[in-house]
Each structure stands twice: as C-alpha cells, then as structure tokens.
Design a protein around this ligand. Structure first.
Ligand SMILES: Cc1ncc(COP(=O)(O)O)c(C=O)c1O
Length: 371
C-alpha cells in the first residue's frame, strides 16, 4: 500500500546523518533533537504548543486526561474510525457515544452529534478520516454553544488546511482544544517506529499535557498528577526532523496520484471516487473508493492475484465491535454500515510511478468493466 523503502532511499543520506548524530550524542530520550522537532512542527502547524509523545493513541489519551475528563463523562465519536479513538475513551472509564458519518467526507455527522449531546457530554472527537477534515466550523460552533471540549483526531490528516467561511485558513489539528497525531511509519509524516504528538494553542492545557506525558511529574520526583510514560524518542525525532520539510511535497505527490485515479475512475459506473470537501484540503492519507454493485471480495481477490494490494479501512464499525458495545446507541448508522460494506482503498504513496499506477488502474477497470 505504501513504498517506504524508495522514500527512505531518496532521503537516506539526510536521515542516516540525522540518526547517527543522535547515536553519537547518546541523548536518546528528550534533548535538543526532540525539542527542535517540536518547535519546527509548531512553526509548520502555526500552533503554540506541540507536545511529542510515544504514539497517536497516547496523544488522544493524554489530551483526554489533560481536559480532566472523569469516568462517566460522555465523549462523542464517529463509529467509522480506527479503534484507537474509542479505545482510550473506554480505558479512561469514559463513555463513548458513537454517531454516524457523512456519506461524502466520511467524517462525523453533525446532525447526529447535536442529537447525541446530553448534560453528560464533555467532549467530541472528530476524526479527519483518510486525510480531510470534518466540518470543524460547524462542530466548533456546536461545541462552543454547549461548552463541550473538542479533540481532533488528526492521525490521518497532518498537513491538511481547513478554510473557515470568514476566509481564515488554519492547519488541521489546531482548531479544537487539542489536535492529536500519529507518526506511524505509513502515515503522511511517518517515523521509523512509533511516534505521536499533541498540539494546542492553550498554554494551560499544554502545560498539563506535558506533565501528564511525563509521569505527572511537575519537578524531579514530584508527581502532582497521575500521568503516563509517553515519549517520542530522539531517534524517531531525528527522522521526523528530516521529513517535516518534505511534508508538503509528500502531500503534493499523493495528490498527483489521487488526481490520476480520479481521472481514470470518474466516469466508471460502480465506482465512487473520493469527494473533496470545499472547506478542507485533502491530503490523501488513503485513496478510498466506494463500490456500488461491484463485488468487493472478488475485486480484492482479483487485485491480489495480479499483485495489486488493497485494504478495507474499516470492515467493522465501532458500534459492532464486541469490546465497544457500550457506545452503541439506537441511532441510525446506515452510512457507516454502507461504507464498511463497500469501501476499498488502493495503494497511494509518495513514490508511486505513473507506470505502476497505470497497471493498478488497468486491473481495477478490467474487473469492474467485466462485471
Ligand atoms: C484515526 C486514527 N486515530 C488514531 C490512531 C493511532 O495512532 P498510533 O498507531 O500512532 O497509536 C491511528 C493510527 O493508525 C488512526 O488512524
């Protein structure tokens, strides 16, 4: 699905040099490379504070802890997402309340969010799925009107822009109280292991999140809060420091791949290409088709027989997962159920050559037209 090898080869000298410098310094935990990367990411995102941590799941957990959410508090999440979003809610004893998504953007459905708000609702977690933002303007208006916190799950959309109707444009992840991201290797900005970050424009929340990420420690061996041990290590930061200046180029390369897929599939009956919302720039973490009348299992097998990988993100919605039954309500989840049954993601990455892509397109069209 992604070609990390070729990307590494292209940046090898820079990355190797950066990693070797950390090895020479033996500053493996914290230190100037981690701090330097955090400051550079703040500048890129245009946000006041970036707090690096061990992974995107921890980022969500630390954000929820920093907001002081307590067991029994309700947190609204889309049911069409990766499990991490709901996992941390449940781990903290909070109550996930699952709502459906919009059919075009695959992001949280604001009408259902509004209906789901109760006096116990303390936070909403919009997930910027596949690389484009949820309707953050509408969501922030709703959340502010009810005094509810917003934590953006920005794991799949780092680098995306969000345009407000007043003309203001900001980076995804910098709109809510917190934005949480993942540097998992296959993400748009990926390191060589696990990594994550929390960002916020709120000084007080930033200070609390920083303390929580470091065992709740306010001074050496003084623990005023219960925290976690969640650190981005310096070797990962060294990789990310090299890759960050390339992020906009990575996004442009992914977008060129998406444009070529769109052109090939747009007039093909049975395939719906991704809808690009007007308020958000799509950064194409995934290129996901919605099939209509095309047998997905057979298409997937046909592609595999022809050595074309494909993935289903996600086959089972949260509300149907045994572990998360507590968040299932009697709401209508028809859009998510339709998507879980019909989405298929094709390979997309920064190194895709036109010839490779033509082959993938040819195989998809061969199967769909045959049917
Ligand atoms: C939407 C979403 N949220 C959270 C995460 C968790 O990130 P990590 O794997 O770094 O913990 C991911 C990563 O796969 C994700 O896609």
């Amino acid at each position: 699905m992604v070609d990390l090898q070729t990307q590494y080869m292209r940046l090898k000298d820079e990355i190797d040099g950066s990693v070797l410098n950390v090895m020479d310094s033996t500053r493996f935990i914290g230190g100037p490379v981690v701090d330097g990367f955090a400051r550079e990411l703040e500048a890129y995102l245009g946000c006041k504070h970036v707090i690096p941590c061990a992974n995107g799941t921890d980022a969500l957990q630390i954000a929820m802890m920093a907001l002081g959410l307590k067991p029994g508090d309700e947190v609204i999440v889309p049911t069409f997402t990766y499990v991490a979003t709901a996992e941390v809610i449940a781990l903290l004893g909070l109550t996930p309340v699952m709502v459906d998504v919009e059919p075009d953007t695959f992001c949280i459905d604001l009408k259902q969010v509004e209906e789901a708000i109760t006096s116990s609702t303390k936070a909403i977690v919009p997930v910027h799925l596949y690389g484009q933002c949820a309707d953050m303007e509408g969501l922030m208006n709703l959340a502010n009107a009810h005094g509810i916190h917003v934590i953006e799950d920005n794991a799949q959309a780092i680098g995306s822009d969000y345009h407000f109707s007043n003309g203001k444009t900001v980076k995804s992840g910098t709109i809510g109280d917190f934005g949480c991201t993942s540097f998992f290797p296959s993400k748009n900005l990926g390191c060589f292991g696990d990594g994550g970050a929390i960002c916020t424009n709120n000084d007080e929340l930033a200070a609390t999140a920083r303390i929580i990420a470091s065992h709740g420690q306010t001074q050496l061996y003084v623990h005023d809060l219960i925290g976690v041990n969640s650190r981005l290590d310096a070797i990962q930061a060294a990789v990310l420091k090299v890759k960050l200046p390339h992020l906009d180029d990575f996004i442009a390369r992914r977008t060129r791949v998406a444009d070529r897929y769109d052109a090939a599939f747009s007039s093909c009956e049975g395939i719906k290409t991704p809808v690009r919302g007007v308020q958000s720039k799509h950064v194409f973490h995934q290129y996901t088709l919605v099939l209509n009348g095309v047998d997905r299992n057979e298409l997937k097998s046909f592609l595999a027989e022809n050595e074309v990988p494909s993935m289903i993100y996600y086959p089972i919605p949260l509300h149907k997962q045994k572990a998360y039954a507590m968040g299932n309500t009697d709401r209508n989840y028809s859009t998510t159920e339709e998507l879980c049954a019909n989405v298929i993601s094709l390979p997309i990455h920064t190194e895709m050559e036109e010839q490779q892509q033509e082959y993938i397109i040819e195989k998809v069209l061969e199967f769909v037209n045959k049917g």
